[in-house]
Design a protein around this ligand. Structure first.
Ligand code: ADP
Ligand code: MG
Length: 502
């Protein structure tokens, strides 16, 4: 009996020992996997670092590239496109105007009435719709017929009111958020598509003519009287409300900026016949590139798999279309290298399945259990991950968004440097008297809806400029600024029809 007991006890000890060994091995394996994932996170953090010194190098690089783009056509990755806009709205405009805005994710139609005073600006109707994805790689005919039909419905809704109040032909500003080489304020040819659009055989086509043709086909009595880049619309809106506005930046699906430049600095334009001595320049800054940009393997993969690889490098780091996909790629890498996200989800392998609005929802999830993160991960086919993994995901969102926002701030500071509003000109930094109030209009869904992006950007801009200068720089957010501003610009430019030669 005693022997049996001893043997049983020994057997139990052996079983306990092997269970313990398995558990210890499992725990060690788990720890190794966790360490691997933490290593991936650390690598990401290091690769995305944007210390102040590096941001200042970016500021210099942007100002240098701006200069190069103004000197000669093709002289820089920044196209620095002429807009033929020399006078910005100031509040005295009158009349009723329409704008149709083709953005990267949305198209909008608005109608505004101007009564000759800032306070009398009346936005009479606004419509905002998602752009059906099928349109993004359709044909020119399908795209413009779709826009014309949408406008037709918008106008039909208003009945005869327009003609009763103002018996003149309707005038429309076409706000177009893609690179265009303007030939006048009301015409210009498409340079290339960006932001996932790929409508064949459109490069080189006059965009305003395409829209006008589609409107005529529908028998709509409306004239496309201005073709306006969205940033220029935003600048017009900013300037209408505040004449100290000298630049505008859009952070939406993509990203771009424009600013007011002295015509004598636009060396590539031989004969800039402007009355004001300045012209708005559309930078097309999405294509900015510098070897100093903190690029990661995820950016390289995203670029290689995109339909415009080796193009729009800056936009792919800061545009709302891309931030979600960078975060997705990091999570996917982690899930491939360890099983902390459970079995590999095929959903997670789908490009662009994680949208940037989900990134901001996860980043700003303030529930103690990170329930929003859990919900979004579940939608991605990743369920029931522990809290520490959910925290890891929040950290990834933070790293990717912080980098984007800080690079965006460097871009703005680059413009300020180019126009001598960064306080660095001629060692005058300490002389507060000569610092003029400078307003930068900012719009776009990313900036307006993503608080952490906004806060990181504002903080980085203050750090780059320093308090003394930053107190003179106002970043003003505006909703629908590009669409409304384009209509305002149309109103103020009614008499400007001449085309300076380039
Ligand atoms: P468009 O680029 O068509 O002019 P918007 O300026 O409204 O349109 O920008 C839309 C983009 O803004 C979306 O594609 C998305 O990337 C980003 N965005 C919208 N809402 C949010 C949000 N809540 N958080 C983060 N990004 C957002
Ligand atoms: Mg936009």
């Amino acid at each position: 009996m005693g022997r049996v007991l001893v043997m049983l006890t020994a057997a139990a000890a052996v079983v306990a020992c092997s269970v313990a060994t398995v558990m210890v091995r499992r725990r060690m394996k788990g720890r190794r996997k966790w360490r691997r994932v933490v290593g991936i996170l650390k690598d990401l953090e290091e690769a995305c670092e944007t210390p102040l010194g590096r941001l200042r190098q970016m500021v210099d690089a942007i100002a240098v590239e701006m200069q190069a783009g103004l000197v000669s056509e093709g002289g820089s990755k920044l196209k620095m496109l002429l807009t033929f806009v020399d006078d910005l709205p100031n509040g005295s405009e009158t009349g009723t105007y329409y704008a149709l805005h083709l953005g990267g994710s949305y198209f909008r139609i608005i109608k505004v009435h101007l009564g000759g005073q800032r306070s009398s600006l009346e936005v009479q109707d606004v419509e905002r719709h998602s752009i059906p994805t099928s349109l993004m790689n359709s044909t020119s005919e399908v795209l413009f017929d779709f826009l014309a039909s949408s406008l037709q419905r918008f106008i039909e809704k208003e009945g005869n009111d327009f003609n009763l109040s103002q018996p003149v032909k309707r005038e429309l500003a076409f706000t177009f958020s893609f690179p265009v080489k303007q030939t006048s304020i009301s015409s210009g040819v498409l340079i290339k598509w960006t932001k996932g659009f790929a409508i064949s055989e459109m490069a080189g086509e006059d965009i305003a003519e395409c829209l006008q043709g589609a409107l005529n086909k529908k028998g709509l009595d409306i004239r496309v009287a201005a073709l306006v880049n969205d940033t220029v619309g935003a600048l017009s809106f900013g300037h209408f409300h505040d004449p100290d506005t000298i630049a505008a930046v859009v952070f939406g699906t993509g990203s771009n900026a424009c600013y007011l430049e002295r015509t004598d600095a636009i060396i590539k334009c031989q004969n800039p016949r402007t009355t004001s001595g300045s012209m708005v320049v559309n930078m097309e800054w999405g294509n900015f590139w510098s070897s100093r940009l903190p690029r990661t393997s995820y950016d390289l993969e995203l670029d290689a798999e995109s339909m415009n690889s080796n193009d729009m490098g800056f936009e792919k780091m800061i545009g709302g279309m891309y931030l979600g996909d960078i975060v997705r790629r990091v999570i996917l890498r982690m899930s491939l290298e360890s099983d902390i996200f459970g079995p590999i989800s095929s959903i997670l392998s789908t490009p662009f399945v994680l949208r940037t609005n989900s990134v901001s929802a996860m980043h700003e999830d303030d529930t103690s259990e990170l329930q929003e993160v859990a919900r979004i991960l579940k939608d991605l086919g990743v369920s029931e991950v522990p809290l520490k993994v959910r925290k890891l995901v929040v950290k990834i969102c933070d790293i990717v968004t912080r980098r984007a926002a800080r690079l965006a701030a460097a871009g703005i500071a680059g413009i300020l440097k180019k126009v001598g509003r960064d306080g660095s000109g001629g060692g005058r930094r300490s002389d507060k008297q000569i610092m003029r109030r400078t307003v930068v209009a900012v719009e776009g869904g990313l900036y307006l809806n993503y608080r952490m992006f906004r806060e990181y950007m504002d903080e980085a801009l203050r750090d780059i400029l320093g308090e003394d200068v930053a107190q003179h720089v106002v970043v003003k957010a505006m909703e629908d600024g590009s669409s409304i501003g384009s209509a305002l610009l149309l109103a103020s430019s009614q008499s400007v029809q001449t085309i300076p030669s380039v």
